[in-house]
Every structure is written in C-alpha cells, then in structure tokens.
Design a protein around this ligand. Structure first.
Ligand code: THU
Length: 129
C-alpha cells in the first residue's frame, strides 16, 4: 500500500543523519518497494567532492540489498528553502526500478509539496540497449 506519510517520516529521519558538511544540504530519500517494504538513505559527502553519494542512491542500494527490485513510490526530502528534485543520475537510478507512472514525492519541512511521476522527471528515458 502506498503510504507517503511513512515515506516522509523515514526520509526526514534519514536526512537527520546525512553527512553534508560541505554543501550543508542534508537530504533524505525513502522508497516503498513492490513487496511493500520501506527503505531509506541519506547523502554522504566527501572532502573529494565527486566521491559523495546522493540520498536516492543510498535508498536504492538499500532496497537492492533488501532483496527488492521494484520501486512503488519514492520520496525525497530536504529542509531547504527551494524544493529539491533528484539529480539527473538519480532520476536514471530510480527509473531503472520504477514504472513511468510511479510517484515521486518531493518534500520539505512543511510536508509533501509536489508529486511527479518518473516519466515527468525523466522523459524519453534511456531504457534499452
Ligand atoms: N543531493 C542528494 O542527495 N539528492 C538530490 O536529489 C540532490 C542532491 C545531495 C548531493 C550533495 O551531497 C548535496 O545534496 C548537494 O548537492
């Protein structure tokens, strides 16, 4: 069952543990899998900037580690003045395991502010080779 309130709680808790001393942008992501399991992740920065990882990347990795391969819903949270959206690489990471209609909830400290589909976030997605 899709449960954005629980996704929000998990993503907010993940953001609280983010390691973001350089950008100061603490991001949390939470995934509901096709088997109704919840996973979360946070960004982990590094003094060597490109080595840092995104919250979505970490949540998707946790889902794969948990034995799930389908994303039913995903939520990205940051306590930021501007609503954040997943970076290009993370859009592709989400699309790998989601359907075009899968909801992506965008949230800040006031709650869920916007809902997009994976198709809206990443139109004309690269999906075959
Ligand atoms: N970041 C995420 O974790 N997810 C996003 O969707 C956008 C950006 C992180 C990466 C970096 O640690 C910080 O936010 C600033 O770019």
């Amino acid at each position: 069952m899709n449960n954005p309130a629980k996704l929000l709680d998990l993503a907010r808790a993940a953001a609280d543990n983010a390691y973001a001393p350089y950008s100061k942008l603490r991001v949390g992501a939470a995934v509901l899998s096709g088997s109704e399991q919840f996973y979360s992740g946070c960004n982990v920065e590094n003094v060597s900037f490109p080595v840092g990882t995104c919250a979505e990347e970490s949540a998707v990795a946790a889902m794969i580690r948990g034995g799930d391969t389908r994303i039913a819903a995903v939520l990205v949270y940051a306590d930021s003045p501007h609503l954040i959206t997943p970076c290009g690489a993370c859009r592709q990471r989400i699309a790998e395991f989601a359907a075009p209609e899968t909801p992506v909830y965008l949230a800040d400290k006031n709650g869920i502010r916007k809902t997009l589909t994976v198709r809206e976030l990443l139109p004309c997605c690269f999906s075959e080779f």
